[in-house]
Write a protein that binds this ligand. Structure first.
Ligand SMILES: Cc1cc2nc3c(=O)[nH]c(=O)nc-3n(C[C@H](O)[C@H](O)[C@H](O)COP(=O)(O)O)c2cc1C
Ligand SMILES: [Mn+2]
Length: 488
């Protein structure tokens, strides 16, 4: 059975010894960050702050704050209900391997699989726990324990929302995790970056001449897979709630909003309904970001609340980003593993991919390939620069399949041995992550690919390529047998 909601997951974490309750009053301004950062760096548990408070605001909040829920491999596996994240990759692989049925028996065999797929579509239900309290006039964001994460942050930020919009062009839904800076009791920023689904919907509002305002619903806290789905770089127009249903093997239940024509998870903790307005674009930031640096102040739409619906006793979920590794490294790890089979569909030569934590996802990707024709490493780089999310990768290092890319020592040793830098480094110009602070322009800059595969005559390399040093097996065996006797 999939987790019903956030509290269901929290109980499981507690049961597994993966969650610590903190009963001491701790300030949402910087203090929760300092504690969570230390725990995060030490590979510690999820934290449930039972008494968040704000000395500045003079309040002790009536609701707890949970953080670092996915901040380890174990918790990620618990969230996905698998023994290993590789199991998810295998399930996706199986799905992609589905061949069109040929004869009658093939069709019969395929039926359960197809039926299974259909049964993952989100289900709209009449009501749900997120409607226990409906506040259409007497609501305020000041009641939620929203954190100021880092000293130079421009304010308090909701860091793990599921932002739901509908395309003014196609009517299709998108769900994305975009931070929201609290401007006042009923207004926040909406930090969807220029390349993201929400921003694309907002642009189509004007292009389609559908007025100046676009409805937005924001859900905070749900079952962990639905929360994770907002972070996944899915192709545009693939509904995140459908994908969440596939991952959790049970449809996500949705309810209609009160004041906007959108649906949100019925089991959410908190729902904020409202709109963004083409005529209300404001300064947002700075914000201590997942690069380990502050992203500077920039212009983003303001989100105006029209209604809050929530549980009677909501749990507020938060996450912090900052110098790696943090909780978001594990979300990135999920992305890396879940998308590998999809990437392999486009690039069958790819054996494995890895994004080390310090590369903060978009700065460094290491890819191993089975090379069978000249220039193939460069073909792979170009394909990666064409994928959603991965298009931002600033540096791609392509190695042969005999390199264990999860072992950075081996990568450094082999990759740097194999390159003639002037020949093997390729620069391209293109879109870069909006968080990129070194590029010549915002959102536009260069990217680098390093072809660290063995070169052959077919690629113009006329010298012999040396073998890697390896001891003879017989000698190894002989010494194994002698080892004890040697007294080492
Ligand atoms: C903790 C966290 C915070 C994030 N904050 C933002 C953000 O403020 N703005 C943004 O554009 N993307 C942010 N992202 C990345 C997006 O959630 C991610 O790119 C997602 O795929 C976007 O979905 P979309 O492709 O449907 O737009 C964040 C990711 C994480 C894990
Ligand atoms: Mn999307």
């Amino acid at each position: 059975m999939a987790y019903k909601d956030l509290r269901d997951f929290i109980s499981r974490l507690e049961h597994e010894g993966e969650l610590k309750r903190i009963r001491t009053e701790v300030d949402v301004d910087l203090e929760i960050t300092e504690i969570t950062d230390r725990v995060s760096k030490a590979g510690g548990p999820a934290l449930l702050f039972e008494k968040p408070r704000s000395a500045k605001g003079g309040v002790t909040y009536s609701m707890p704050l949970v953080i670092n829920t996915l901040g380890s491999k174990r918790r990620l596996e618990l969230a996905l209900e698998v023994d290993s994240v590789e199991d998810v990759a295998r399930r996706i692989e199986e799905l992609l391997e589905m061949k069109p049925p040929e004869g009658f028996f093939d069709k019969v065999r395929l039926l359960p699989k197809l039926a299974e797929l259909g049964s993952f579509a989100p289900k709209t239900v009449k009501s749900g726990p997120c409607k226990e309290v409906i506040e259409t006039d007497n609501f305020s964001l000041a009641r939620f324990p929203v954190m100021k994460c880092w000293p130079q942050d421009g304010g308090r930020f909701i860091t793990w929302p599921m932002v739901v919009t509908r395309s003014p062009k196609t009517g299709r839904r998108n769900v994305g995790c975009y931070r929201m800076q609290v401007f006042d009791d009923r207004t926040t920023g909406m930090h969807w970056q220029i390349h993201k689904g929400g921003a694309e919907h907002f642009r189509w509002l004007q292009r389609e001449g559908k007025g100046r305002k676009m409805e937005v619903a924001v859900a905070i806290g749900a079952d962990p897979v639905t929360m994770l789905a907002g972070v996944l770089p899915l192709p545009a127009d693939l509904d995140e709630f459908l994908f969440a249903g596939f991952l959790r093997r049970e449809p996500v239940e949705l309810v209609k909003c009160e004041t906007v024509d959108l649906e949100v998870p019925a089991h959410a903790e908190i729902v904020l309904e409202g709109y963004v307005d083409l005529d209300d674009i404001r300064a947002e930031g700075p914000f201590g970001d997942h690069t380990g640096y502050y992203s500077l102040e920039d212009q983003f739409p303001a989100f105006h609340l029209t209604c809050v619906t929530r549980r009677k006793d909501p749990i507020y979920v938060s996450t912090i980003v900052g110098p790696p590794p943090m909780e978001d490294y594990w979300m990135g790890y999920a992305v890396e593993r879940i998308f590998l089979p999809l990437a392999r569909k486009q690039m069958p030569e790819v054996v494995d991919m890895h994004m080390p934590a310090e590369g903060i996802f978009h700065n460094l990707m290491i890819v191993s390939i089975r090379k069978s024709y000249p220039g193939q490493a460069r073909k792979v780089m170009n394909a990666i620069w064409g994928l959603p999310g991965a298009m931002f990768t600033k540096c791609i290092v392509v190695v042969d399949d005999d390199v264990d890319i999860h072992n950075l020592r081996e990568v450094t040793w082999k990759a740097f041995n194999h390159i003639d830098p002037e020949r093997d480094i390729q620069f391209v110009l293109g879109p870069v992550d909006q968080l990129e602070h070194a590029s010549r322009l915002p959102n536009f800059g260069s990217k680098m690919g390093v072809d660290a595969t063995r070169k052959s005559a077919s690629e113009g390399f006329m010298r012999p390529w040396p073998d890697e040093i390896k001891m003879d097996q017989e000698v190894k065996k002989k010494i194994d047998a002698l080892w004890k006797q040697l007294g080492m």
